[in-house]
Design a protein. Structure first.
Length: 381
C-alpha cells in the first residue's frame, strides 16, 4: 500500500496528471500533439517509477525511521514501531518512538507536564542505543530502575548528533513546553568531527507545520529526486566538509580519521582544533539554556574500544571536558576508568561492546546505567 501511495503521490506522476488534465483544455489537438503528449506522459510515469524504485532501494528498510530535519539536521520519525538493524553488525531489533521522535518503550504521546521528575538523556548513537532493544539500553534500564521511584526517563539520543545538534534539540524540546528537571549530556569522541561537518548547517527558524513535516518525511522515503534536492539545499547546504566529500576523501576516510584528533597532530590542526572549539562553544550555549530554565545538567564522557585496547587514559577528550566542567561548575561523570583499568583490554571489549563495533553492548549499557543511577540518586531532592 505504501509503495502504491508512493507512486501515485510521486512528484513526477503528479506532474503527469497536471499535464494530462491541462491537455483536456486544448480544443484542437493534432495527431502530432497527441503523440507528443502521450510520449511525455509515458516518460513522466516511467521516471516516477524509477524515482520510487531508486528511493526504496537506496534507502534501506532498516533506516526508514530516520529522517532529515530542517531545525536539528536529522532525527527520528515520531510514532514508529518497526524492526531495524544497526548496519551489518547487530541482529534485528525492535525500535519504537514517541510523538517527540525519541526512542521509547512504546509508541506514546508524552504530556508536556508531569507529576513525575523527568530526566532527559542527550547524546549520539551510544545514547540512542543502536543495535539493541529498548530494555537492553541505557535509557531502558534507567527507566525500569527509576519508574518505581516516580522518575521518568526520556531518551533524546540520536545517531551522529553533536553539541550543536544537542543545543538545537534542547531548544526544540523546551519550545514545545516540555517539562524537564535534569539533563545528562554524553559527550562522544566523534562529536568533534561532527561539529566540523555541521558547522555549515543553518537551521530553519520558522516552525514547520506537523502536516507539512509528515509530507516531507513521506516524499523523502518515496522520491529519490525529492530526497536529493532536500538533502542538497536544506541538510548539506553549501558544505564542502560533508561526510562523503573530498575533504575527508570520502566516507571511508571520514570514519578512518574520526578519533585521530586526540592523538594525531596533523589531524588536530587540520580539523580537530576547530571541532573542539565549536563543541565547547555549543556546550556552553546548551548549559546557559538549561540554567535559564532551571534545569540541572551533568556531563559524561566515555572511551571507544580502540582507546581501551591502547589503554589511552588522560586523553585530550578526557582532559578537555574535565577542565571545562571545573570552569563551568558542572558535574561530570568520567566513564573512562570503568573501561580502562587493570583488567585485560580485550576482556573488557568483549564484555562491554558489541562485537566488531564501537558501541556498548547490553553489559556496557548496564555498567554505564549503574554509574548514572548513582548520580541521579545523589541529585534527588
Amino acid at each position: 500500500m505504501s509503495l502504491l501511495a508512493g507512486f501515485f503521490l510521486n512528484p513526477l506522476f503528479l506532474l503527469a496528471v497536471v499535464v494530462f488534465l491541462g491537455s483536456r483544455f486544448i480544443r484542437h489537438r493534432s495527431a502530432a500533439l497527441k503523440l507528443v503528449l502521450f510520449n511525455a506522459l509515458t516518460i513522466l510515469c516511467l521516471f516516477a517509477l524509477f524515482d520510487l524504485l531508486a528511493a526504496v532501494l537506496l534507502l534501506p528498510e532498516q533506516a526508514r525511521f530516520r529522517t532529515m530535519d530542517r531545525f536539528t539536521h536529522h532525527g527520528l520519525q515520531p510514532l514508529v514501531d518497526r524492526e531495524t538493524k544497526w548496519g551489518d553488525i547487530s541482529t534485528p531489533y525492535r525500535v519504537r518512538t514517541n510523538d517527540l521522535g525519541m526512542v521509547d518503550a512504546a509508541m506514546r504521546t508524552v504530556p508536556p507536564k508531569s507529576e513525575k521528575r523527568r530526566v532527559l538523556l542527550l547524546g549520539d548513537s551510544f545514547v540512542e542505543g543502536v543495535g539493541l532493544p529498548w530494555e537492553d539500553t541505557l535509557a531502558g534500564m534507567l527507566s525500569a530502575d527509576l519508574a518505581p521511584r516516580g522518575v521518568e526517563v526520556l531518551n533524546a539520543g540520536v545517531a551522529s548528533y553533536s553539541p550543536k545538534l544537542y543545543y538545537l534539540r534542547m531548544q526544540q524540546v523546551l519550545a514545545a513546553g516540555l517539562q524537564i528537571d535534569e539533563v545528562f549530556l554524553f559527550l562522544d569522541i566523534g562529536d568533534i568531527q561532527d561539529e566540523v561537518v555541521y558547522d555549515y548547517f543553518v537551521p530553519d527558524k520558522e516552525p514547520i507545520d506537523p502536516l507539512m513535516n509528515r509530507a516531507m518525511i513521506f516524499f523523502s522515503h518515496y522520491s529519490w529526486i525529492y530526497r536529493s534536492w532536500h538533502e542538497r539545499f536544506f541538510t548539506r547546504q553549501e558544505n564542502p566538509k560533508y561526510e562523503y566529500g573530498p575533504y575527508w576523501e570520502g566516507i571511508k576516510g571520514y570514519h578512518r580519521v574520526r578519533a585521530r584528533w586526540m592523538y594525531d597532530t596533523t589531524e588536530f590542526e587540520r580539523w580537530g582544533k576547530e571541532g573542539l572549539e565549536k563543541a565547547t562553544l555549543h556546550t556552553e550555549k546548551l548549559l546557559a539554556l538549561l540554567k535559564e530554565h532551571g534545569i540541572k545538567a551533568t556531563l559524561s564522557i566515555h572511551p571507544w574500544p580502540e582507546h581501551v585496547r591502547q589503554q589511552i587514559s588522560h586523553s585530550m577528550h578526557e582532559t578537555h571536558w574535565k577542565i571545562f566542567a571545573l570552569e563551568h561548575g558542572v558535574e561530570l561523570i568520567d566513564l573512562f576508568p570503568l573501561f580502562i583499568n587493570e583488567r585485560p583490554a580485550e576482556e573488557v571489549i568483549a564484555e562491554y561492546f558489541i562485537a566488531g563495533d564501537i558501541h556498548w553492548g547490553r553489559a556496557g549499557h548496564r555498567l554505564v546505567a549503574d554509574e548514572v543511577l548513582k548520580r541521579i540518586e545523589k541529585n534527588e531532592p
